[in-house]
Structure formats: C-alpha cells, structure tokens
Ligand binder design. Sequence first.
Ligand code: SF4
Length: 487
Amino acid sequence: MAKEVSPGVKALRKVVEDVYADARVAKKEGKLVGWSSSKFPCELAAAFDLNVMYPENQAAGIAANRDGEIMCQAAEDLGFDNDICGYARISLAYAAGKRASRKFDPETLEFVINPNSGKPLKDENGKVVIDPETGKPKKDPKTMQPYTVLDDIYEIEALPETTEKEIAYKNFRREAIKPYRQMRMPQPDFVLCCNNICNCMTKWYENIARMCDIPLIMIDIPYNNTVEVDDTYVAYIRGQFDNAIHDLEKLTGKKFDEKKFDEACANANRTAKAWLKVCDYLQYKPAPYSGFDLFNHMADVVTARGRVEAAEAFEQLSRDLDEAIKEGKSTTPFPEQYRVMFEGIPCWPKLPSLFKPLKEHGVNVTAVVYAPAFGFVYNNMDEMVRAYCKAPNSVCIEQGVDWREGICRDNKVDGVLVHYNRSCKPWSGYMAEMQRRFTKDLGVPCAGFDGDQADPRNFNEAQYETRVQGLVEAMEANKAAKEAAEK
Ligand code: SF4
C-alpha cells in the first residue's frame, strides 16, 4: 500500500516540481535561467523575476537517483580531481553537457533492459514470486529499467538530421536522457555564487562560467573567526550586494525592483520561520517524524524559499505535525528507542542503507545540523548580511559546537552519528574535535563513519553497520548507568 502523505508534504513536492517546470518553460521562451549556490541571497535575483536553479539540490537529486557515480566519473574524465566535492563534480559534468541516459538499440530504437534492475514481483497476497527455474525472486517487469549510459547533449545536437532515420535516432537519443527533473534542468545563462558555504564553491562556479562562457556574479563572504559578525564584514558584504544588484541590472536590462525585493524578503522570512518551526517538532519525544524527512524537505527551502508557496507549504506541514502529535502518530516506521543527532549531509545514493541499521536498532534521527542551517531570519539589509554569514562551514568552531550542543539538548539525543563526508572536507575536518567536545560536554557517545553525499564509491555499508551497532551499545550502557545512578 502506498505510504500516506500529509497535505503539507504534497504541497512541498509540488513547489519543487513547479520551480523546475517554470525554469524549463522560461528557457523554452528564451528567458534567462541562472544557476545559484544554495546560500546565495535569492532575494536579489527575485527582484528581477529571474528563474534560478540550484546545482547542489540538483546534484543531491541525481545522487539519490543513483546517477552520482556516472556523473562524478564523467567529471573526472574531463580532468576534475576525484577529491573535489561530489556535488561539484556532478554539476561540472552536467554543465559540460554530460547526461545519464537510458541505453537503447539504435536500429530498433528500443531500450535495452538491465536484467538486474527492478523490484521483486509480488502476488495478489503481497508475497514475493519465486522463479521456479532460478529459485530466485522474479522481477516485476514494470519496474525494470534500461542500462544507464553517459550521453552528451552537445554531441546529440551536432547529429545530422537529413533522413527520417537520422531524425528519429536524434529525437530518441534526446528522449533517452533520464526523465527525472534533475537530469532535465536547463543549462545556465548566468551563475550566482556565494562562498559562505565553502571555497570549493568559488572554483566550481568559476569553472561553470568559463565552460559555458556566461557571466558569474560573486559574493565573497569570508570565514568568521569570531562568534559575532564584525561590522567591517557587514560593510564589505553589503558593498558586494550593491555590486551584485548592479551586475543583475546589466544582465537583465531592468532596474532593481524594490517592491519585488521586499516581497521576496517577506516570503523568505516567512518560509524560514515556518521551516524552523517544522525542524523544532523533532524535540517531541517520541518525534512525529525523522530527520530523514527533513532532509527530503530541504529541496524546498533551497530552491524556493523566496516563494510564497514554499512558506504556505511549510505552514501546512507544521499544522499536519500538530495533528500528528495530538494523534500520537509518527512517520518513523518503528518504535523510537534511541534518539541521535545525524551530523552532516546524508549519503544520498545510500539512503536505504543508512536507514536499515537505524531501523533495526530502534534509532530515530531526531536532530540534524544541515536542515536548520537554511533558516535565514532578518529584519533589514544589515541583518540579512549577518544571516548569510552564518552558514555551517563559515563559522568558527565555538559557534559550531554551540549550535550543535543546543540542538542536541533541545532534541534530547542519546548519541551522535557523524558522517565523515569525503566530499565535504570543510565540514568533516573539525568533526573529530567536535565529537570530543560533545562527549565531554553532553555525556553522549559519538560514532563516526566514512561516506560521501554523492559518490557511492566512498561508502562502505559494513563499516557503517558496525559503527551504528557500536553507538547503540554505548547508548545502551549509558542508559543503564544513568538508570542505576537514579535508583
Ligand atoms: S559545503 Fe561541502 S558539500 Fe557543499 S559544496 Fe562545499 S564541499 Fe561540497
């Protein structure tokens, strides 16, 4: 039976679909479409009615659709190093025209189905059907997929179209590109980059601008060595906001529309407040949902936080969660025995593998750092600048520890699971020291595992399972010791 989905979740799904669909339409109509880093102030582009897409969100989607490896490899074949962030590699390959596509026979124009793909076929009683010949479960033919191959949109466009056969082949090759939205995102006409996330971002966007020969609008937000954002930082970044506005005026040939800007700011604040409220429902014990649900909703807060529809959808989700609390419902499909903070970005290609041992041991993810980091709340331009200075990788370790320990306390966690993400070195680099502080300050055990947000080659399921098991044993011992001390 299909999983019941709340009205808020349905609305959020539609918001993201619409963002991608609007960009595809805009491109067809010859309007400008930009690509932006996730924490570039979207309010500036909204003042010009620009359609903007988000390569980080796109890369996460491509990875979750299991095409991270083929795209990362494509970037490496173009000369980008394997050590570069997986999101950047996927995006750079995409910007170069590479696409994950479905293999087909050029003579018959039929897809070549991979016999290993597909879900097990089930009978009318829901039981897996066993193939008498092989003794193995039969595959449901409806779910079987063609082999994945790499294609190139520029190669396709250069193909001849002189005969009917050539036209049919060219069209089929276009259609064979995987049909999910992230693999059909329009190519950029300009790029917007803010390096409050990391400095890899700067080089990544410079490369897109170079490869596609398009303008780059850059906002440099320096790393903060202090908890407070210094006034000199604010002045430096404010000047760049003005510069970005000037560049956008040049690009679009339009004047900065203050009314549209104010509207986008109001929407972005409303979205951020509703989003933070949704995040706070994880404080309930048991929680009405899991941090994995939050990860899924991040697409909205990244791609659409300046749209009123995103604010409304998160407000609806918040009402849904109120109901779930009243009715004692949760989306987590097991009783919550332990509560942990999941540190870092999830391994998108391996979500089922991440979830499996957590489910087995009754571990619910009730705290995440990545999600609330997108809750930018401000009242004026200077506060907006300060808000955009507070990204997880641009603040000092004291601020980072303080944020996390606050979330751990509020969300009542029994332990911390740390993703040492090979892609995200700025995030993973200081995690060993953070782990030490969490255990010292909060008295909770921590376990780390090696993985990657986008490149499945960097994740080892067996290691992950062992680490989760170790964490569970430590949490169990901690619980027993606390109970004994209370007696
Ligand atoms: S912050 Fe990490 S994950 Fe994001 S772009 Fe930078 S290196 Fe990649």
